[in-house]
Design a protein around this ligand. Structure first.
Ligand SMILES: *[C@@H]1O[C@H](CO)[C@@H](O)[C@H](O)[C@H]1NC(C)=O
Length: 415
């Protein structure tokens, strides 16, 4: 952790020459800036922005890749890029300080984790293989993206949560085994659910045990509205983000070890017409846009996506059939102060609910969430998703600058 703190302090130091001494010396709150870099959008910003990204998490290697027995062990790790390649995207002076980690798992990837967590022997085997991968790739550590231990994952209609109840106890044991295999100097983090209903494995009993071994948790405070919902919500709303963080804090996590999650993509959802019109007239002058009924979004039997909700990254071309509606969402949408905080637009012409973070919505989360909750950093899914403009990343960096200055000011005042 010391190593980590000094790296973050260095990143912070370059934000403002005047703050170098105070920030580096005194601030326990030097914020982390963690970015997933995905195989779908493996694009990075210019070196000036890159220099301020403290951690890059390469997403993903599949969990099942680490379940091989001795003698049946893999020696190649098919990442879409290499740790060294990512380091080279930093200014030369920052390349060594940058933390490049490998994220394992991802949405829908649960079976390999279940197999890994099953017994003491399988946990040791998994951890040993992960440590071999870290040594071979030169990564600074790993991020565990098991979505989610205990259930409510993609397969929740096929495998009842009851069949996964044992994972709640096994998850902290797996994390402990990973720490033991990686040693104290490597970084270990985990992506964890942002919806309290999905936090089956994150209780007052387990969270303190998990926190003993991880450097930080990336709380996925996005997709907070998804196809399991039947009324409109902000997908990465301010109040719901606070609720997600609070759940971990109340379960025993130190805020300093939590990162707030940002989404660099949009979401849209098909809604009913008449009742949404009542809730949210096209003028958006009255009423709350929250709670208006959606169409049925997933098959109640199989959990299959019915194609009535979706999203796209800032880097993606806007799907043709959504172009007109998205243009309205961008020009006519507004920030919802009363319904939980979030940028939204309800398009009454096509009955589409739009929810996404704008640079302004991102900026508001720094005083209201990052500073209020005293979390240790932020992260986003994902870095290249924001290409080519990187305007949302810029908003995050401005927020961190403000936050770093505030933290430095606060510790100065304490002296
Ligand atoms: C909407 O979802 C909630 C749970 O989130 C459920 O209790 C309720 O019955 C659902 N309503 C309809 C109309 O399906």
């Amino acid at each position: 952790m010391k190593l980590l703190t000094s790296v973050v302090a260095m990143v912070l130091a370059r934000l403002s020459a005047g703050l170098v001494a105070t920030a580096a010396a005194a601030s326990p709150a030097s914020p982390r800036c963690v970015m997933y870099l995905t195989g779908q959008h493996p694009v990075t910003p210019d070196a000036a922005q890159m220099a301020r990204v403290s951690h890059v998490l390469l997403a993903f290697l599949p969990s099942d890749m680490f379940n091989g027995d001795a003698g049946d062990e893999r020696t190649t790790w098919p990442l879409f890029t290499s740790v060294d390649d990512v380091r080279r995207r930093y200014p030369p002076g920052d390349a060594d300080a940058a933390k490049v980690m490998v994220a394992i798992g991802g949405w829908g990837d649960t079976r390999g984790f279940s197999a890994a967590a099953r017994s003491a022997a399988s946990r040791r085997r998994f951890a040993r293989n992960v440590a071999r991968m870290v040594a071979a790739t030169g990564a600074d550590g790993i991020d565990v993206d098991w979505e989610y231990p205990g259930g409510n994952g993609e397969d929740y209609k096929q495998v009842p949560n009851g069949d996964k109840a044992w994972e709640v106890e096994a998850y902290p044991l797996l994390v402990a085994e990973l720490r033991a295999a990686l040693g104290p100097r490597k970084l270990l983090s985990a992506a964890v659910p942002g919806r309290p209903g999905d936090m089956l494995a994150f209780t007052r009993t387990t969270v303190p045990r998990i926190m003993n071994h991880v450097d930080f948790l990336n709380v996925m405070t996005y997709d907070l509205m998804n196809r399991r919902d039947n009324v409109t919500k902000h997908h990465t709303g301010l109040q719901d983000s606070i609720a997600g963080l609070d759940a971990y804090i109340q379960a025993g996590a130190a805020p300093q070890n939590l990162n707030l999650g940002f989404a660099f993509y949009t979401k849209w959802v098909k809604t009913e017409h008449a009742s949404c019109l009542l809730a949210s007239p096209p003028t958006h002058q009255k009423g709350s846009p929250i709670g208006c009924p959606t169409l049925l979004l997933e098959d109640p039997e199989t959990g299959a996506d019915l194609g009535r909700t979706g999203g796209f990254a800032w880097h993606d071309p806007v799907p043709e059939d959504l172009e007109a509606s998205f243009a309205r969402a961008k020009s006519l949408g507004r920030y919802d102060e009363s319904g939980g905080g979030g940028y939204y637009y309800w398009d009454g012409e096509e009955d589409l609910w739009w929810t996404f973070d704008t640079p302004d919505a991102i900026a508001r989360k720094f005083p209201a969430v990052v500073e209020e909750k005293k979390v240790g950093g932020v992260f986003a899914w994902g870095l290249g998703e924001d290409a080519p403009g990187f305007e949302h990343l810029a908003a995050v960096l401005r927020g961190l600058e403000r936050h770093g200055a505030a933290a430095a000011g606060a510790s100065k005042n304490e002296l």
